[in-house]
Design a protein around this ligand. Structure first.
Ligand SMILES: C[S@@+](CC[C@H](N)C(=O)[O-])C[C@H]1O[C@@H](n2cnc3c(N)ncnc32)[C@H](O)[C@@H]1O
Length: 228
């Protein structure tokens, strides 16, 4: 093995050790461990209904990781559908403070999302609002630490302009399906690439992925300085 590869694998082992060490106090708490099992069971229940799994499990896992790593207190999801991704996001909140507001257009989907949240034991942490996010978001107060955008792809650029001012500085906005649906979200992708208010990347997981945008801090968050 070359010295570089040895170095890379040592860093990998160290990173895994740090994550395990970080998670360990939470999961060794029996209350958190049993809450986690309850969420896992609700996810398995949802996975029996293929059309309820609107993100693949590996994308749900990524959302869980992001919540664990960034520890947001206020999460906003735009496009809850049946609540599958909402459960993964909520899993990352176990054992600490934090809540989710999730918006969905279709009442019949909201009903299933509420059942899923109840099964997962997350009802008290998640508010699901039925309505058009373009009308609902302006009625919400304050800013969010993490925003997950997963609604109509053709509207992503309009959602983005509405949502970015609602993201706190240093906060993360994730947008789903930006690889598989790249054509529909092109105006959004062009916008984040040139927008000086964010640091944006595309993260591929399997056949699809996420736009990962971090809102810059201070003057940069207003887009008033040049990005190198
Ligand atoms: C791909 S699904 C969301 C999947 C969900 N995030 C998950 O992973 O489980 C997109 C959802 O966005 C909803 N939607 C589309 N436009 C919307 C809007 N303007 N406001 C609220 N919801 C919207 C649709 O009804 C649909 O259920």
């Amino acid at each position: 093995m070359s010295p570089k590869l040895v170095w890379a694998s040592s860093v990998g082992v160290l990173a895994v050790a740090v994550v395990v060490w970080e998670l360990q106090p939470a999961l060794s708490n029996p209350d958190v461990a049993s809450a986690d099992q309850q969420v896992a069971a609700a996810l398995r229940w949802m996975e029996q209904h293929e059309d309820w799994m609107t993100v693949p499990p590996e994308h749900g896992r990524f959302l869980w990781q992001i919540v664990e790593a960034t520890r947001p207190r206020r999460i906003l999801e735009v496009g809850s559908a049946f609540g599958y991704a909402t459960l993964w996001l909520g899993r990352g909140l176990l054992g600490r403070e934090g809540n989710i507001t999730s918006i969905e257009l279709l009442e019949e989907r909201v009903e299933i999302a509420r059942q899923a949240l109840e099964r997962a034991g997350l009802s008290a942490r998640v508010r699901v609002i039925t309505g058009d996010a373009f009308e609902v978001v302006p009625t919400l107060s304050g800013q969010f630490d993490l925003i997950f955008l997963d609604a109509a792809k053709a509207d992503y650029h309009r959602f983005y302009e509405m949502l970015l001012p609602r993201l706190r500085e240093g906060g993360v906005l994730l947008a789903h399906n930006v690889i598989a649906r790249a054509r529909q979200v092109r105006p959004f992708l062009d916008r984040i690439e040139s927008d000086k208010r964010v640091i944006a990347s595309i993260i591929r997981i399997g056949d699809d992925g996420f736009a990962f945008c971090v809102r810059r801090r201070g003057k940069e968050s207003q887009g008033t300085t040049d990005t190198p």
